[in-house]
Design a protein around this ligand. Structure first.
Ligand code: SAH
Length: 243
C-alpha cells in the first residue's frame, strides 16, 4: 500500500505547525500545494520535487500526487490550517476510491477558526458552527440556509472565505442573514493573516461587521447571546456562577 499524506501546516507561523507535520514533510520526496503555502515551508522543501499547481487546479494536483506515489515516491499534499477543513484531504480520498494500492493519511493542523479565536480571546467556549462563504462549490442558497440555521440555533459562527477578488459582498450578505436572528450589537471579531506576519485583528458588532471590507485572508467570528467584550477580548461566557 502506498501512502499519500494530506498535511495541514497550520496558519503560517512555524511554531504553530505540529512536529509530526514537519517530520512528514521532511521525510517526503514530493511536496504538492499552492505557491503561497509552499512559501511558508520553503526551508523544509529544499532538494525535493515541489509541484505548485496554482489555484483552482485541485483535481490536477491530486492526479499528480497519485502519479508520483505510483512511481514509488513519498508524497505530501499540503494545505494551510487543517487539510481536512476546506482542504485537500477529502478530494484525495474521493479520488482514491477506485485506487487499490493508495491510502491517504491526514496529518492535522491548527485550523483558521482556532488560530483566530485564540487571537481574539475565547469566543468558541460554547457550541459553534463553521461556514464558508465561498460559492465556488456550494450554491449560495445552501450557504444561506446554513447561516440562517446557525443563527436560529444561537451558535457562535466562524466565517471562512468571506471574500475573494471577484466576490466582494458575501460577508455583508451573510451578516444580513445572521441579523434575522441575532441582535445588531452581537459581539464579533475578525482577523486577517492570523499567526502570520502582519496579522491584524479587530473587535466589532455584527452591524459593524456587515460593513467591513474583508479579503480572502480574513476569518470572522460572530458571537452568540452570551458573547462579551472583556478587557478588549472576545469572550463567550459559559454560565458559571462565581463571586
Ligand atoms: N484549510 C484551511 C482553510 C482553507 S479555506 C484551514 O483549516 O484553516 C481559506 C480560508 O481560511 C480563508 O479565506 C480564510 O477565511 C481562512 N484562513 C486561512 N488561514 C488564515 C489565517 N492565517 N488568518 C485568517 N484566516 C485564515
Amino acid at each position: 500500500m502506498t501512502k499519500i499524506y494530506a498535511v495541514g501546516i497550520g496558519p503560517g507561523d512555524r511554531n504553530y505547525m505540529a512536529p509530526q507535520a514537519e517530520k512528514i514533510i521532511l521525510d517526503c520526496d514530493v511536496i504538492i500545494g499552492y505557491t503561497a503555502y509552499l512559501k511558508l515551508i520553503s526551508d523544509l522543501v529544499t532538494g525535493k520535487k515541489v509541484i505548485d499547481t496554482g489555484m483552482k487546479c485541485e483535481t490536477a494536483r491530486c492526479e499528480q500526487a497519485f502519479q508520483e506515489a505510483k512511481l514509488g515516491k513519498k508524497v505530501a499534499v499540503v494545505s494551510s490550517g487543517d487539510a481536512g477543513i476546506y482542504g485537500m484531504a477529502s478530494l484525495l480520498m474521493e479520488m482514491a476510491e477506485n485506487e487499490t494500492d493508495i491510502e491517504i493519511e491526514v496529518i492535522p493542523g491548527i485550523t483558521a477558526a482556532i488560530a483566530v479565536a485564540a487571537l481574539l480571546g475565547a469566543p468558541l467556549a460554547n457550541d459553534f458552527a463553521v461556514v464558508s462563504l465561498s460559492d465556488l462549490l456550494t450554491p449560495w442558497q445552501i450557504i444561506e440556509k446554513r447561516l440562517e440555521a446557525a443563527a436560529l440555533g444561537d451558535f457562535v459562527v466562524c466565517l471562512y472565505n468571506p471574500a475573494s477578488k471577484t466576490r466582494v459582498n458575501s460577508l455583508q450578505r451573510a451578516c444580513e442573514i445572521l441579523l434575522k436572528h441575532k441582535e445588531p450589537q452581537t459581539r464579533c471579531g475578525y482577523v486577517r493573516n492570523a499567526l502570520r506576519n502582519n496579522h491584524q485583528h479587530q473587535l466589532c458588532s455584527l452591524q459593524e461587521l456587515s460593513m467591513i471590507r474583508a479579503d480572502m485572508l480574513t476569518t470572522a467570528i460572530v458571537g452568540n447571546i452570551d458573547t462579551k467584550q472583556i478587557h478588549g477580548k472576545l469572550v463567550t461566557t459559559r454560565g458559571y456562577r462565581f463571586e
